[in-house]
Structures are given as structure tokens and as C-alpha cells.
Write a protein that binds this ligand. Structure first.
Ligand code: DUC
Ligand code: ZN
Ligand code: ZN
Length: 476
């Protein structure tokens, strides 16, 4: 064996046991009683879990406002790994008029140079009028890209006809469609009324994204998914009622899955009311909600109505290059949306789910590694079993850490969770058998991350489209 980890408590989504893990050639080669290794790690008193899979993060991407993310693939993946995540799926976001094959090629080249952990892409379609949409999606799927991302809001939103067209094309190509679902008209109208009333501070951002805007768009997207029997992932569910819409759709047999994020589970819109412009650090869309929504999301995670928890890492510095690009006290619509989250996702959730018992250790692994790997079609990731990639995290379950103002390894320069104490810390992080985090030290290598080609995804159509579409029998 190249590496043997001994004496740890091994936890997967399926259960836990005490024993050794043997690693050879970057893969898990033996479990239980394992012979000697060239290197050995004593994980006594520690918990060994699969490396995290974060399937929703924005890296080296231009925002709708024309702002570049603070993070490159190098800084984002370093930050992810320092927090226990060994695979990410970020976005290849189409510029207007750009062919999708060109979009993906450009992002893939940047990731190949900089990414220190394994990675894949969602193909963000913002301009379906572009030449070769269907053909490019089919070619991209054949090349291992198996998910598409669409918006129902912002300038890059698709109208209903375009949503249906791309959902159908993605299904035909064997791709899962992920959707940012909020009703644009409701957001726009509310924002204009708030601004006309002089309500333009970060706290008013929450009011500018009414809950019903999320509910309407989630219901509509679920109905489109039902119409076409098209696999869909609803991104960043933030409200009890949108969650209920997902649950209802699933009860009807619609192939829809859903995620939420740590900031919806662990904070409320109260954070936007912080002194001065501080609330801007927490501004994201959809916004944080209230304690009833938080409780519903935890319940949804426990019941399996929510499949996983991603970070929605969307990094902007708290200065003139990012959040404050429009001045020191900008009105909320001029503040970039998004929070850093790649590095804090796992410690925050370990603290909540494992240390404080919101679901337990197996549920933590399922929500942060196993489910994302299965849903997005990453068969070598998210579990500890012979033949899987040796992506592992050795957790110190007793270490207490209070986050500081600027203690993350991304390029953002602030930590929104400063002052929050977590119990449980990723002590050693291993990517395909190589230690990339050792104690507090970064040992990874930019460019060492591999692109993860996918043969499919894990959300099967139910086998029944709307009855009026029976004439399309061959397209099922
Ligand atoms: N909202 C998004 O839709 N994307 C990135 C970040 C955010 O807050
Ligand atoms: Zn979004
Ligand atoms: Zn996002």
C-alpha cells in the first residue's frame, strides 16, 4: 500500500466502522485489516469520511453585473480543500452569442491550469438563440459534461419557451438541468417599489426577493419538468413553500431534486441588518429567510426532500473590486450577490449535523459528498469503498475553532462567519491518495486537479411525459 490510515472511525452515508483504509495508486485498495503501507497515518480518536463534493460554486466567472469573481481556479480549489472538499462542480457560463463548445473549452483550459482538486462543469445557457445549441449540448454530453444551468431571473434569464426548449435538449442529451428559480417580474416590480420608497439598504435586499417569487418559479419549473419528464435540480431552495413545491412534484413522480446551502440552514435575514454596510457581506440570492424557513429546510433535509447541501460559493471582495464597486454605501441593487462558502461548508455542517446532532454523521456524509456524487454522475467520488478514488478527510471531532475576520484560503478577504465557533475540524485532507492539507498547512498543487468526465447523472426520468406528447415516443 502507498498509504494506510489506521485506527480511525470510518463513516460513510451507509454506516460506520472501526478499521484501516489501504490506498494504492490513488484508489482505495483495502478496508478493515490492511498490511503495511509506505506511509501510515494514525487516525486514533479521529473520524475518517469521504472528501466533500461541492456541486455548486462560482469560480473565475463573470457576474450578471460584469464583475469577475475574486477567486481563480487555484484559489477556489485551495480554499475548498482546506475545508475538506476534494471535488467541485463550477460553471462554464456562456457569454451572449458564444457557442457552448467555445464556452466550455475556455473554462476547461483555465481549470486545467489552476485547479488543485478534481472538477467538472455545469454548462450555463444564457443565450439559447446561439448557433448549434442542440448539437453542442449533445457533443458536450458525449465529452463528459452532463449538467446544464439555467436562470429564470436576471438579464440572463430564459423565458418559458426557451426553458422548455433547453430542458428538452438537455434531456435528449442525457444531461441534468439545474435551475436558479425565482420569478423575475416579481423581483423587478418589488425592487422598483422599494427604491421608490427610499428603501435601498442591504436589509431591503431580503424584501426585494419575495418568498412567492421563489415558489412561483419552482412550481413552474417543476411543471415543465413534469411536462417533459425532464430531470431537474432546483438550486438553493430557501423557503418552506418552495420546498413544499418540490416535495409535491416528487410525490407526482417528477424527476426533480433539490439542494440548499449552509447560509439558508444556519442564518436568517437578520444578518443583512448588521451595522453600516456589513450586511452586504451576506447578500446573496435568494436571500436568507426566517426561523420558520430554517426549520422547514432542516426538516426537508432529514426527510430527503432536500438531497444535498452545496456552498453556492460566489466570491466578491468587500472592496471596490467586488461588493463595493459602486461606492462605499451603495444601494442594494448595486451590491454584488454572493458569499464565500467553499471552505466553510463542511465545518459549519459538521458542527451542526455531527457535533450538534442535526441528522448525524451518516446524514452529513450523504448531504455533502455521497448524494452530490451520485446525482451528478461522479461514480468514483463520495464514498469509501474498494476501487473508489482515495479522497478522504480525517476529522478531529473535538477541535473547536472560532472563525476570524480573514482566515480563509480563498481570495475574498473576509469570512462572513467570523465569530462563529465550530466543533469538528478537517485535520488531514487527501485527494486520490495525496495529502493536500496536513494540519493547518496547504500541500496541494495547482493544476493537479483532474477534470471528471461523466457518463450520465443519477436522476432518472419517470418514463411518462405529458400525454399530449405521446407522438414523441422516440424522444423518451
Ligand atoms: N446568487 C446567484 O444566483 N448566483 C451567485 C450568488 C448569488 O447570490
Ligand atoms: Zn443562483
Ligand atoms: Zn449559484
Amino acid at each position: 500500500m502507498d498509504l494506510v490510515i489506521r485506527n480511525g472511525q470510518v463513516v460513510t452515508a451507509a454506516g460506520r466502522w472501526q478499521g484501516a483504509i489501504g490506498i494504492a495508486g490513488g484508489r482505495i485498495a483495502a478496508l478493515g485489516t490492511v498490511g503495511p503501507g509506505a506511509r501510515e497515518i494514525d487516525a486514533g480518536g479521529r473520524i475518517v469520511m469521504p472528501g466533500g463534493v461541492d456541486p455548486h460554486c462560482h469560480v473565475e466567472q463573470m457576474s450578471g453585473m460584469g464583475l469577475m469573481n475574486a477567486d481563480t481556479f487555484e484559489t477556489a480549489t485551495r480554499s475548498a480543500a482546506m475545508g475538506g472538499t476534494t471535488s467541485v462542480i463550477s460553471f462554464a457560463a456562456q457569454a451572449r452569442g458564444e457557442r457552448l463548445r467555445d464556452t466550455v473549452a475556455a473554462y476547461a483550459a483555465r481549470a486545467a491550469r489552476g485547479a488543485a482538486i478534481d472538477h467538472a462543469f455545469h454548462v450555463t445557457v444564457t443565450d439559447p438563440s446561439v448557433e448549434g445549441l442542440e448539437a453542442d449540448l449533445a457533443d458536450l454530453a458525449a465529452a463528459g459534461h452532463r449538467s446544464v444551468k439555467l436562470f429564470t431571473t436576471y438579464d440572463i434569464r430564459l423565458d418559458d419557451a426557451a426553458l422548455i426548449r433547453v430542458l428538452a435538449a438537455a434531456k435528449a442529451a442525457g444531461m441534468l438541468t439545474c435551475v436558479h428559480a425565482e420569478n423575475h417580474g416579481m423581483l423587478d416590480w418589488t425592487k422598483a417599489r422599494l427604491l421608490a420608497a427610499g428603501l435601498d439598504r442591504p436589509e431591503h435586499h431580503a424584501l426585494s426577493h419575495p418568498r412567492l417569487a421563489e415558489v412561483e418559479a419552482v412550481e413552474r419549473v417543476c411543471r415543465f419538468a413534469e411536462f417533459l419528464d425532464a430531470p431537474v435540480m432546483i438550486f438553493h431552495v430557501s423557503t418552506a413553500r418552495a420546498l413544499a413545491a418540490v416535495r409535491d412534484a416528487r410525490a407526482r413522480g417528477v424527476p426533480v431534486r433539490a439542494e440548499t446551502c449552509p447560509h439558508y440552514l444556519l442564518s436568517t435575514a437578520e444578518v443583512l441588518r448588521r451595522d453600516g454596510i456589513e450586511g452586504a457581506k451576506w447578500m446573496c440570492s435568494p436571500p436568507q429567510r426566517d426561523t420558520a424557513d430554517v426549520a422547514a429546510l432542516w426538516q426537508g433535509l432529514a426527510r430527503g426532500d432536500l438531497d444535498l447541501v452545496s456552498s453556492d460559493h460566489a466570491p466578491y471582495r468587500f472592496d471596490e473590486t467586488g461588493k463595493l464597486h459602486a461606492g462605499a454605501t451603495p444601494p442594494f441593487p448595486a451590491i454584488a450577490n454572493g458569499m464565500p462558502g467553499l471552505e466553510t461548508r463542511l465545518p459549519l455542517l459538521f458542527d451542526a449535523m455531527v457535533s450538534r446532532g442535526h441528522g448525524g454523521a451518516e446524514a452529513f456524509v450523504r448531504a455533502t459528498a455521497t448524494a452530490p456524487a451520485r446525482i451528478y454522475g461522479l461514480p468514483g467520488k463520495g464514498d469509501i469503498a474498494p476501487g473508489m478514488d482515495a479522497d478522504l478527510v480525517i476529522w478531529d471531532p473535538g477541535r473547536r475553532v472560532t472563525y476570524g475576520a480573514d482566515d480563509l484560503h480563498d481570495a475574498v478577504g473576509y469570512n462572513p462567519w467570523a465569530g462563529t465557533t465550530v466543533t469538528g475540524w478537517p485535520e488531514v485532507v487527501i485527494l486520490r491518495g495525496a495529502v493536500v492539507k496536513d494540519g493547518d498547512d496547504w500541500r496541494g498543487t495547482p493544476g493537479a486537479g483532474r477534470f471528471l468526465p461523466r457518463a450520465g447523472h443519477g436522476v432518472s426520468p419517470a418514463g411518462r411525459m405529458a400525454p399530449e406528447l405521446a407522438f414523441m415516443e422516440g424522444d423518451r
